[in-house]
Design a protein around this ligand. Sequence first.
Ligand SMILES: C[S@@+](CC[C@H](N)C(=O)[O-])C[C@H]1O[C@@H](n2cnc3c(N)ncnc32)[C@H](O)[C@@H]1O
Length: 317
Amino acid sequence: MVKPVRIGEKHGSKGDDSKVSKTVTRHHEFQMNKTYGQHLLKNPLIIDSIVEKSQLKSTDTVLEIGPGTGNLTMKLLENCKKVIAVEVDPRMAAELQKRVAASPYANHLEIILGDFLKVDLPYFDVCVANVPYQISSPLTFKLLAHRPIFRSAVLMFQREFALRLAANPGDSLYCRLSVNTQLLSKVTHLMKVGKNNFLPPPKVESAVVRIQPFNPPPPINFVEWDGLVKLCFSRKNKTLSGIFRVSSVIETLNQNYKTFCALEGKMDTDGSDEQMKDKIIKVLEDNHFLEKRSSKLDINEFLKLLNCFHGAGIHFK
Ligand SMILES: C[S@@+](CC[C@H](N)C(=O)[O-])C[C@H]1O[C@@H](n2cnc3c(N)ncnc32)[C@H](O)[C@@H]1O
């Protein structure tokens, strides 16, 4: 558990827009750390738009991941009760601490110094962040696994990642990430953001999405679900018939089946891979999945497929 560092209490002038550009200017003194994905948002219009789209309430506790020197944090503080910011770089945290101490919001910010992927998260209502792109995927699933379930997250990602999150069946970017995220949440693409809105500009384009976790979450064993989805997207344009006829896949599912039978106290533990192949093909055939392709299946069809396999005792972990 990383110990939270609390910001000291100091007061200064409120709502001073010049602070954004001053801080941006000061960033030239920093050597930006590429491994931490340090690209600071410098366009106040984009910052305002992100905060507006976050639909914050004055009673909200907001989680920010990677506040940097605080360009977004300052605007968030004006619009909620409290910001909890997780920052890995002590230089950034110190800069943010100084900046907030000179504002009326000193008592409304808590900085957790540490790696977002390793810290225990506190309670929060909404997450708003221009995230470090290199941890986009584990960051998203850490948020979605967090309890209690938060209201929404408005997050800046690399554009391609954002498009993958929001992709629909049939889209070229529809993938395992789209299906796993959309099983657990509603994803909405909010806006594109060009490179020149950052300092220094990243190599890639960016986009902001809103993620609203389903509450209650679907009653699905996520490991089983992801096992099926991972397999189906190993060759997303191949038919399911083609994917499930591969001998290594049949072998693995037969092993899983035997483990499942043993755990359930069933005697059916000596079936051959050939028998397993017939069982799998029968499930696909009986439920009209043989000629379907993952790239076109929606969440409900994946759910149906998982249920059909489970009905036959076929498991994916
Ligand atoms: C893209 S910058 C965003 C900075 C600031 N929010 C802004 O928009 O100007 C990403 C920030 O995340 C921080 N960061 C990188 N990896 C992190 C991690 N694993 N945990 C927490 N913060 C991280 C970086 O130090 C940097 O401050």
